[in-house]
Design a protein around this ligand. Sequence first.
Ligand SMILES: *Cc1c(COP(=O)(O)O)cnc(C)c1O
Length: 569
Amino acid sequence: MESDNALEKDVQIALFSMEIGIDHKMPTYSGGLGVLAGDILRSCADLSVPIVAITLASNKGYLSQRLDDEGNQTELPIEWRIDDFTTLISPKVSVSIEGRGVKIHAWKYLLTGIEGYQVPVYLLDTNLFENSDSDREITSYLYGGDERYRLSQEIVLGIGGVRMLEALSYTDIQKYHMNEGHSALVALELIKKMRNDYPDYTNEQIIELVRKKCIFTTHTPVPAGHDKFPASLVKSLLRGYLEDDEIDKICHGNELNMALLALEHSEYINGVAKKHEEISRNMFPGYPIDSITNGVHHVFWTSEPFCKLYDRYVVGWRKDPFDLRYVISIPKEEIVQAHGEAKKRLIDFVNAKHGIGMDYDTFTLGFARRITKYKRPDLLFSNPDRLVNSAKNTPIQIILAGKAHPKDTGGKELIKTIFKVIKRLREDIKVVFLENYNMELAKLIISGADVWLNTPKRPLEASGTSGMKACLNGVPSLSILDGWWLEGCIEGVTGWAIGSIISEGSVDQSDDSKDAEDLYDKLGQVVLPVFYNNKDAWAQIMRYAIAFNSSFFNSHRMVSQYLLNAYLC
Ligand SMILES: *Cc1c(COP(=O)(O)O)cnc(C)c1O
């Protein structure tokens, strides 16, 4: 059962995240937030950072996506066996939900770093015989159910998580890192714990102690994106845990805003890109919000052909991704060749699945992410005639993927809209929408496309990370200047911008039709001509995308910044 890893005793940082993309076979994540948490932990394991992570078991996963011929999405639960990957540990803890004691046990996964250091991840699970049937389901569906279900999950994650760490004898946690507002209840449990440990302290002193221990990373640039619960619901679920007047104190405007709860109790707060810092400061005036721009795990997201290439030319890159700067001296032909292999894998996969006859030489545009309105997956298809026109002399093929959240009816409609355009384009441009986007498919598409497209509505993309995965594989981005791309885009060198930079402080609601024009112009007049007519310049762009961007937008750099600015403070 329990391992006796001596290192655990030294663990000083605890990361709480509703979702973590640990292994592509474990459906404990939905998208960018979870994948990022996974990449942070992979880097911590490589760098021997003394961290432990808490998440939920998600016994039925997020969802498996099926699409019919019209693009109607249906969702299936994912049946998976958690004990194929993790081991059950013995401690059990309990939290109070609506006055009932809900028992929690945990599964332990060990994430092993490049030199053997292991980071434990505990997946909290309420599926115990002692619990009622409905309580047994609390940790089943990631982002499932209604508000009551979600708040119950957050009680398990935040309050149950702190208790589980205690039960596991992690007695020296110095920093509790709340990844997004879902885990903000950590702060409430820490207040309880401190009151117990320091009975003579004033309320202000207790809050100060808690603030010193808490770190909060916000990932959402819109107020509507933050978790909020009506005070009445909070009172009903947390009765017995907090008095009503205590709940009133943490509620604003009769609701509990999880981001505000986390902000009020954290000494270090960060957004996930420079621009996101600015947006967050405007959204939450008065809080000292910093930023640490996201990164991705360099080995995890590099395709096999590029791993082999880097192993030959930049031998230290696995241990030290800053070395990727020296990709600048790899012969261009070798980069082109490695990309050709990655592209062949993608095209073969697409053709095997869809029998669509895509070929290896045609310019291939990739777009895959959560399908929701602000990501504008339909922008590229808003004027099909222009697209067809661009493809006349410079052929294009397009590969798409992405799931819509079950309750995001707008997102589901977008998939159907895209399916209609795909049919309309059939004679002129081959387009496929691949089913069931996940980390495994992501790796295939981001490495096999020739250009990675991202068209979010500004300023709603807090960071975006898939473009960072693409550049590790020599795939430049064509993207709206938002999130990380404001930092990563050197026009015509590492990729291309759609539209122009918005000045600091201005609230830009980007204009769909203007952005679409910019996209078609850039694609037709700049990107496609270079691809087809100047192979050498193209190879240079691929090489710069890796050398300039992957040496920076990796999770080793991100974790180093967390250590410098938050964990070791
Ligand atoms: C990286 C990743 C994301 C995040 O992509 P963005 O471009 O940041 O939206 C979402 N889903 C999966 C499966 C990923 O691997």
